[in-house]
Design a protein around this ligand. Structure first.
Ligand SMILES: [Zn+2]
Ligand SMILES: [Zn+2]
Length: 256
């Protein structure tokens, strides 16, 4: 039986780690260990990766059904929806009963899981969110690999305090409270934008945000590959011969 009294409602595009952190401050818990115990019945662990470990424990402690809670947490508070269309579909008989929300979680490539280790923010988002949503929080769209600027503002994302370089993400810790200044005095609430990203960086960020919002279902590998081939042909790369493939990769590398 769950003894969880509340869990803060998700903000738009909020990371699970951020919701857990907001729970911590709203609950009045004194230590992170108490918060991990409340939400996961566990000792502190690193809440990272595409689908954070122990997410199903939290789903089981929220009111309602575990399955639908888990589906909602995964599709609203993780970066998994950006990967789901590309992970293939389950082999064997089609299952039409459940939701597609966590279909494919088991097929997440391990190397993608291990690149986590940063918490990134856009100071302008922090300031606007506090006014618009009444809460400053951490966005999942800022945490897609390859995204280096904010899709909304085009500002470069930062992963450490710009004054004392203390990283925002620390293993086994909750995230910093964004309405409080860093120990050195730097405060995201009155930070000015220091660096704007390029147009290409903004395009990548917009694409990542868009794909998260669309909640695309898993797509079969035959459909994906014919789509890639069509796009390659459209862009003038002759698919199926080595020179064409080399040219394609050269062009991707020089663009990004
Ligand atoms: Zn922003
Ligand atoms: Zn600092």
């Amino acid at each position: 039986m769950s003894d969880l009294l509340f869990f803060p409602v998700s903000m738009p595009d909020e990371m699970l780690h951020s919701r857990v952190t907001r729970y911590h401050y709203l609950s009045g818990n004194r230590t992170a260990a108490e918060t991990y115990h409340d939400l996961f019945a566990s000792k502190p662990f690193s809440i990272g990766g595409i689908v954070p470990q122990q997410i199903e424990k939290l789903a089981g402690r929220l009111p309602g059904q575990l399955e639908s809670n888990l589906a909602e947490l995964i599709s609203n508070n993780t970066t998994f929806p950006a990967y789901r269309p590309f992970l293939g579909v389950r082999q064997g008989p089609e299952d039409h009963s459940g939701s597609h929300a966590f279909d494919g979680v088991v097929r997440i490539p391990r190397r993608e899981e291990s690149i986590h280790g940063k918490a990134k923010l856009c100071p302008t988002c922090v300031q606007e969110d506090l006014i618009d949503c009444g809460s400053a929080y951490w966005h999942r769209s800022h945490h897609i690999p390859g995204v280096s600027v904010c899709w909304r503002h085009g500002d470069s994302l930062i992963h450490a305090c710009p004054k004392c370089s203390h990283p925002f993400y620390r293993k086994l810790k909750l995230l910093p409270n964004l309405t409080e200044p860093c120990a050195c005095g730097w405060n995201p609430l009155n930070a000015k934008t220091t660096h704007k990203g390029s147009d290409l960086e903004k395009k990548v960020a917009l694409f990542a945000h868009d794909i998260l919002q669309r909640k695309l279902p898993p797509i079969g590998s035959a459909v994906l590959s014919s789509c890639y081939v069509r796009q390659c042909k459209k862009r003038g790369f002759v698919f199926g011969n080595n020179a064409g493939i080399a040219k394609l990769f050269d062009s991707i590398q020089s663009a990004y």
